[in-house]
Design a protein around this ligand. Structure first.
Ligand SMILES: NC(=O)c1ccc[n+]([C@@H]2O[C@H](COP(=O)([O-])OP(=O)(O)OC[C@H]3O[C@@H](n4cnc5c(N)ncnc54)[C@H](OP(=O)(O)O)[C@@H]3O)[C@@H](O)[C@H]2O)c1
Length: 249
């Protein structure tokens, strides 16, 4: 008997460029899994989510991207402790008509960060941006007991502004800098977070969650000051592999 049709996919809007579809399609080919398929499901509104789940034959899992990582949570039957703590779901498993939500960005970021930082590294971090990705980064740094401050274009309790970072000595004391903003991402590759890059040096570590292009302006400017740099590709692959484990467990 032929293996049953298994459908996976990505929900979000817009979905013009997707890493996940080509990643999983290549993976199915490599593993010889001809019954698995990955599709892009661009949803006009989150109200289209349950009708999509009900009408898609063989649907076993979904990735979730902007703008639905938070909104989708109210439609799920169970949410993992990490996804609840972060307040965002980026992977859904569909099993026996029940919907289970997870956050694999958190796992991908934490694993990639720990793979990269020297084992003996100690210090404080600066998180640039306050969106969904920054929530996963906050959860991971909290787990790793790395103290951090968050930088935003808007002032607020517990937030630093870019002006405060540029004019003060924060970069001297916060040597791990994490870009969780979309600045520098294709097609606006020349943009970068508004920092005084002259304040960076060889003791700084710059982690950009952006993965396309492979070397962002943020990374290039850090590199020219002697800083260590890393992009978001390994994080992306790790979160995708974790999603695969969840769907196929
Ligand atoms: N590598 C991976 O696996 C992975 C996983 C998830 C996300 N990402 C990447 O991480 C980035 C952020 O994702 P997200 O979902 O958190 O996006 P988002 O919610 O759209 O934006 C994140 C935050 O960036 C700041 N921001 C947005 N536009 C800005 C601008 N023009 N100038 C300065 N700050 C700006 C905002 O914070 P303030 O309003 O507080 O300034 C915003 O809340 C994206 O590039 C995404 O591709 C990568």
């Amino acid at each position: 008997m032929a293996d049953p049709h298994k459908q996976l996919g990505l929900i979000g809007r817009p979905l013009s460029h997707s890493f996940s579809k080509s990643y999983f399609t290549k993976k199915f080919r490599k593993l010889g899994l001809t019954n698995y398929h990955y599709e892009l499901f661009e949803l006009e509104t989150i109200k289209d989510f349950l009708p999509l789940v009900k009408s898609t034959p063989g649907l076993v899992g979904l990735n979730v991207t902007i703008p639905y990582k938070k909104e989708v949570m109210s439609f799920l039957d169970e949410i993992s402790a990490e996804a609840n703590a972060i307040g965002a779901v980026n992977v859904i498993r569909i099993y026996k008509d029940q919907l289970f939500g997870y956050n694999t960005d958190y796992y991908g970021f934490k694993t990639s960060l720990l793979n990269w930082l020297p084992k003996s590294w100690q210090g404080k971090a600066l998180i640039l941006g306050t969106g969904g990705a920054s929530l996963a980064v906050i959860a991971a740094l909290t787990d790793c007991e790395i103290p951090f401050k968050v930088v935003s274009r808007n002032s607020g309790p517990d937030l630093l502004t870019y002006d405060q970072v540029k004019t003060g000595d924060i970069l001297a004391t916060h040597r791990l800098v994490l870009n969780t903003t979309p600045l520098g991402m294709q097609p606006q590759v020349e943009t970068a977070p508004d920092l005084d890059y002259n304040k960076l040096g060889p003791r700084h570590f710059l982690f950009d969650l952006v993965y396309n292009p492979a070397s962002t302006t943020f990374m290039k400017r850090g590199l020219s000051q002697g800083a260590m740099v890393k992009n978001g590709l390994e994080m992306l692959e790790l979160q995708a592999e974790k999603a695969w484990d969840i769907w196929t467990k």
